[in-house]
Design a protein around this ligand. Structure first.
Ligand SMILES: Cc1cc2nc3c(=O)[nH]c(=O)nc-3n(C[C@H](O)[C@H](O)[C@H](O)COP(=O)(O)OP(=O)(O)OC[C@H]3O[C@@H](n4cnc5c(N)ncnc54)[C@H](O)[C@@H]3O)c2cc1C
Length: 396
């Protein structure tokens, strides 16, 4: 479905597709096997101006929109779920909140390097004991009198005014060990419920007390680092608070509305990659004297893959377009994410089946797509939570 895409969008998509086929696809399995974050790929994406696609040019972004960003994310997912996931976390979760909720100074200091691709960003909401019920977090930020302390760079902290002191553990945080900034959610008022959560900008290099304690081995997406982080008396100046104190939960909901569109796009790309591999294979592989695509059972699988992918893409583009019109997209983004992630899993599984025994080997991509697709039904709100969101939007 690209009949209605503006020329500029097509151009960006085609540029990224070419880059993906030349630079990412050849190493996609290797980086998974080695559990290697491909920093050089992100440097090249920065050279292509892709690290801040939906961020305003004023802050170093490309000045594109959510639809353009969805197209780019789909292309990355088509060749590597890992690159797509780290990219989506960087843009939707780590960069967009700074643009939406930051002060001019914060955008200049923290958003620009992300949008220009100087380094990646990260976003820390989930904790060991709070995932779906994310607001039930234990991480705290307390306001205290500033101390005269030195950070790792040896620069003395401000002595006058207050500072925030963060303590807690965050779980499953994408990019945390390669990030130049991490947006951390913490409770600033334990008695205020949803209104007691705030967002802080943490510098993993410079802020003492920030430590990545685990990088998880996973069933897929192993080139995208998923980390546990420990915050032990991390002292932050007041200007690291993003937006107003107590705005953290409202910010989270808006961030996830946009983020789910990118997970839907990523899922569409993963499904597209699996579909193409299966379609090609089915016309080349012969059994019983004819290409397996001539058997109804195989052809119907491939037709259903095509149908599901088209549906995912349409839902994703609808949500992105509505987002770009400035409307609320909680319903549309949850629907797109729910549908596209489920399709990514079933399409990838069918692709493995179409390839038979070869589909079960690492010489062919569908097994990787299948393992990557599963996360799409879990991250940024599980499928069960998307049902809750949609049900709520329907007034149920
Ligand atoms: C690879 C990866 C990357 C991630 N990246 C990030 C990141 O960058 N930043 C971040 O903050 N988090 C990140 N996460 C965390 C992710 O968002 C959570 O894992 C997810 O929201 C689910 O939370 P949980 O794992 O605690 O599961 P739980 O909330 O414990 O859920 C367990 C099961 O119970 C179900 N369940 C829970 N509540 C309900 C309910 N009310 N009704 C019906 N069913 C329910 C769930 O759907 C699920 O099936 C990442 C996770 C992974 C695996």
């Amino acid at each position: 479905m690209d009949f209605s895409l503006p020329d500029e969008h097509r151009m960006v998509r085609d540029t990224v597709r070419e880059f993906c086929e030349e630079e990412i696809e050849p190493i996609a399995q290797e980086i998974e096997d080695e559990h290697r974050f491909p920093a050089d790929v992100f440097d090249q994406l920065a050279d292509l101006d892709m690290m801040g696609v939906p961020v305003s040019e004023e802050y170093g972004g490309l000045g594109g929109d959510q639809l353009m960003y969805a197209l780019v994310t789909e292309e990355l997912g088509r060749v590597s779920g890992s690159v797509g996931l780290s990219y989506a976390a960087h843009v939707s979760l780590a960069s967009k909140p700074l643009e939406l909720f930051g002060t001019e100074e914060q955008k200049e200091r923290w958003l620009r390097p992300l949008a220009e691709g100087e380094y990646l960003g990260s976003w820390a909401l989930t904790e060991p004991s709070s995932g779906s019920d994310a607001s039930d977090m234990d991480t705290t930020a307390e306001k205290r009198e500033a101390q005269s302390a030195s950070n790792r760079s040896g620069v003395a902290a401000e002595e006058d005014g207050d500072e925030w002191v963060l303590n807690g553990t965050k779980q499953f945080i994408t990019n945390a060990n390669v990030a130049g900034s991490v947006l951390v959610k913490a409770v600033t008022d334990p008695d205020a419920g949803y209104d007691g959560i705030s967002t802080f900008i943490v510098d993993p290099e410079e802020d003492d007390g920030f430590e990545v304690t685990t990088v998880w081995d996973k069933m897929g997406l192993n080139a995208s680092p998923t980390c546990e982080i420990q915050l032990s008396d991390v002292r932050l100046p007041e200007d690291r608070l993003l937006g107003e104190e107590g705005d953290g939960w409202e910010q989270t909901k808006k961030t996830l509305d946009g983020g789910r569109i990118s997970i839907a796009a990523l899922s569409t790309g993963i499904a597209q990659g699996a579909f193409e591999a299966a379609k090609e294979y089915s016309t080349e592989r012969e059994q019983f004297g004819q290409p397996i695509s001539k058997f109804d059972a195989i052809r119907n699988k491939i037709v259903d893959m095509d149908r599901k992918i088209e549906r995912s893409r349409l839902l994703t583009h609808k949500a992105a377009t509505k987002y770009d019109q400035g409307e609320s997209v909680s319903h549309e983004s949850a629907m797109a994410k729910l549908d596209a992630s489920e399709s990514a899993r079933t399409v990838s599984e069918d692709a493995v089946q179409v390839l038979g025994g070869y589909g079960y080997t690492e010489d062919f991509a569908p097994q990787r797509h299948l393992r990557d697709a599963k996360l799409m039904e879990i991250g940024e709100g599980t499928s069960e939570i998307q049902h809750l969101v949609i049900g709520r939007e329907l007034g149920l």
